[in-house]
Every structure is written in C-alpha cells, then in structure tokens.
Design a protein around this ligand. Structure first.
Ligand SMILES: Cc1cc2nc3c(=O)[nH]c(=O)nc-3n(C[C@H](O)[C@H](O)[C@H](O)COP(=O)(O)OP(=O)(O)OC[C@H]3O[C@@H](n4cnc5c(N)ncnc54)[C@H](O)[C@@H]3O)c2cc1C
Length: 400
C-alpha cells in the first residue's frame, strides 16, 4: 500500500527563494515541507555575491528603470531583518559590509558625477571625500572617484543557515525528481509527488499547492507539466575567485562604459581565514567565451590596469561557470523583477536576484490568499526517518 503524507504546500528547491518562502509560509500558519535534491543553497545561492542591491546598478543606464524601482525597497526590508526587527529574524547573519562602493577610473570621473547628480536615486548614493575612500583606494596612484551606495553585503551561507535553523523538521533530502514521480490527474493537475531517498522506501506527498523554486532545476520540473506557458532562460557567467593575500577588504563595482559594471568585487573569508576577492560583473559576462586559463589572464590584466599599485603576482586564481536561471524574456535580457506564475495547482518561481526573495515570497502569499489555500495541520510522522540535506559550502572553499 502507498504511504501518503498530506500537507498544504510542498516547496521544491532549497535556495534563497524556497527557504525564504518556507519561513514566511510557516509564520502565517501553512503546513509546508521543502524538498531539496543536493545541498541547501547549492544552486545559484551559494554563488551569489551577497549584495542587497537597491537599484543603483540598474540605474546605470541613466534613467530609473522598472528593475531599479522593483528592487529599491529591498535594502530596507533586509536591514530590518538583519537587525532583528523584520519579517524574519536574521540578526545572526553577519553583514560583511554596510556599503557596496562604486568607483570610476580617472577618465570617467566627470561622467559619473553628472550622472549621479541627475538621477532619482541620488539619495542612495554618496560621493566620498578622499579620506573616506575604502583603504584600497587611498593610494596616490588612484585618480578616480568613489561613491558609497546604500547596499549592504551579507554572508550568504550564514543566511542559508539561519533560514534553515527553525525549519529542520520540515526540510528533506530527496533524490532528484524524475518525470514519472510527478503524478497528474486527467485534468492535468499535479496530485502527488513520489519522493525517494535511497535506501528509504518511496513516499507519496500530496499537497494543495506545489511551488517550484528549484532555480535551473525548474526547467525539467516544468517540462513534466507539459509546458503551460512558463519557460526558463539561462544567462551564464564565468566567475573568478582570487586569493589575493591582501589584508584589505573590497566591496565595489567599477563603472565602465556600459550599463553593467566593468567588474564587481566582494571579499569573503576562506575556511582558513584568508581573504578572497570574488569577481563578477562584465568580466564574468564576457568571460563565458573564454576557458578558465584565458579568464584568469583577462581578470589579471583587468585588475593590474585598475589597481596598478597592487601586486597580483602571488594571487591564486580559480574560475567556474554558473547559469542565472530566470523566466524567459522575449529578448533574452535580464528580467525586470522577480517572477511567480501559477498553472493549475503549481506555482513556478524565480527571484532573479537574491535581494528580491522577500518580494517574491509576498507575491506567492498573495496568490495563496487569492486561491483560499487551506491551513491544516500535517502529520509528518512518515517522514521522520528522512535525511535533512547538508548546507552548501562557499565556492571559494571548494575551489581554492
Ligand atoms: C554568480 C552569481 C552572483 C550573484 N550575485 C548576486 C548578488 O550579489 N545579489 C543578488 O541579489 N543576487 C545575486 N545573484 C542572483 C541570485 O543568486 C539568484 O537569483 C538566487 O540565488 C536564485 O535563488 P533560487 O532559490 O531561485 O535558486 P537556487 O539558488 O539555484 O536554488 C535552487 C535549489 O533547488 C535545488 N533543486 C534543483 N532541482 C531540484 C529538484 N528537481 N528537486 C529538488 N531540488 C532541486 C537546487 O539543488 C538548489 O538548491 C547572483 C547569481 C549568480 C549566479
């Protein structure tokens, strides 16, 4: 006889989207379980630079875009949570930097000043006096300008840990779901998931709503729905990790000529306590055409040009490719905001930015309210023996 567990909601995928949502749904009384096939945070989330964008990066086109507006509220929401006063208590999550900085090289300094003076986000951007520059820019060879943005940078793996902590009783490790494990009725509604985790006997999980927050994994889950108008796109990056040996930290975008920062650097600590620069931005977008060695050479060249006073000869580099998984856009560009769409009793969702996870959860809650999804107590005894997934490791610890 089939073993069946019934719950209000099943979330598939334990990245930032699934974990934030799990916390919010349980707070408001839903019975929820979250299923993860690898490690918690192991998709894009542990590769994120942890910047809680407020939209300045998106406003670099010189106007207030929809994307900039959508994300503008996020720093406030996150700040409240990080100070224990928000919708989720994240007071144990370290803030790596209170600001992300934006710097321009000498030749672009006047362009940037005119730009910020004219834009509507200027309240979130502060031009710094030389004495207030981050230490790394205090070298006489630096001729550019530095701005401080109202964008905090957080420790993403600590964030995952804190979101998991109160929910360990409802998070389960499963083997990746195959097509035949999603069971549909004649009307095309998903009626149950047959989950397994070798060597445990399969269990059927029935829910009123199934929420796909599996990042890139949503693509194959959606394929089993026989595609009902939701499609995914991938925008690849070739990221770089650099163990510099420097003692100063850096959290900054370099303004280039395009709307994507020329380079975006955040600083993190390895397990051994050494600082690494984690490098994205345009160099990571363009780097998808390069192999790892070429990407390292290109990054070294860029760093030497931007920081001629620093010595990178002993820096240890590593690179990796990762896809940003998002709802398909007609022109394949970045979506303006987070995305949640319902098909029958499935909601497929992508935050498109870690920073947008709170907004995504609010949008999903609005769908559940509109659909009058019931709140009932679930009996999860059959799942008691199921393993909980491990927490993902930081990429720099895996690579260096
Ligand atoms: C290099 C990089 C840097 C970034 N930096 C930033 C930044 O600084 N700030 C910002 O706001 N955003 C940033 N982003 C974007 C942000 O990281 C993503 O938007 C966000 O992490 C996506 O979260 P998610 O939960 O949707 O997906 P993911 O983090 O990919 O999580 C999906 C989870 O689902 C699991 N899964 C997949 N398939 C299945 C299945 N069939 N069954 C069960 N589980 C499954 C995966 O193992 C994974 O754990 C960055 C993205 C990248 C790639």
């Amino acid at each position: 006889m089939k073993k069946i567990v019934e719950t209000d909601i099943v979330i598939i995928g334990g990245g930032i989207a699934g974990l934030w949502l799990l916390n919010r749904l349980r707070q408001i009384g839903y019975s929820v379980i979250l299923l993860e096939s690898k490690a918690l945070g192991a998709g894009q989330t542990n590769k994120s630079q942890g910047i809680i964008h407020g939209g300045v990066k998106y406003a670099l086109q010189g106007m207030m875009t929809v994307a900039a507006e959508a994300i503008a509220e996020m720093p406030k929401i996150w700040n409240e949570c990080l100070h224990g006063k928000g919708v989720i208590d994240l007071s144990e999550v370290p803030i790596l930097s209170e600001h992300q900085y934006l710097w321009s090289t000498g030749s672009l300094a006047s362009k940037i000043a005119t730009f910020f003076a004219s834009m509507s986000l200027k309240g979130n951007v502060q031009e710094l006096k030389r004495d207030d520059f981050p230490l790394i820019f205090q070298n006489p060879q630096f001729k550019g300008q530095v701005y401080s943005l109202d964008e905090i940078v957080i420790d993403v793996l600590a964030l995952v840990r804190e979101l998991v902590k109160p929910n360990q009783d409802v998070i389960f490790k499963i083997d990746p779901l195959q097509d035949e494990q999603l069971i549909f009725n004649a009307q095309g509604q998903l009626t149950s998931l047959e989950i397994q985790a070798e060597p445990i006997e399969p269990i059927h999980v029935k829910a009123e709503k199934y929420i796909f927050t599996a990042g890139a994994g949503n693509e194959s889950l959606l394929a089993s729905l026989k595609n009902k108008g939701i499609a995914m796109q991938r925008r690849p990056l070739h990221m770089v990790v650099a163990k510099t040996g420097f003692s100063q930290t850096l959290y900054a975008h370099c303004l280039g000529l395009s709307s994507t920062p020329r380079i975006t650097i955040t600083t993190h600590k390895t397990e051994e306590g050494e600082f690494v620069w984690y490098i994205g931005g345009q160099i990571a977008e363009e780097g998808i055409k390069r192999d790892s060695q070429e990407q390292i050479e290109a990054t070294k060249k860029e760093l030497m040009e931007l920081f001629p006073w620093l010595d990178f000869s002993k820096t240890e580099f590593a690179t990796f490719f990762v896809d940003r998984a998002e709802p398909l856009q007609p022109d394949g560009t970045r979506p303006e905001s987070c995305y949640a769409k319902e098909v029958e009793n499935v909601i497929a969702a992508w935050p498109t930015k870690l920073a947008l996870a709170p907004k995504l959860a609010d949008e999903i809650i609005a769908i559940l309210n509109r659909d009058n999804v019931k709140k009932e107590l679930a009996d999860l005894r059959l799942l008691r023996a199921w393993p909980i997934p491990a927490l993902a490791k930081p990429v720099w610890d895996e690579l260096l």
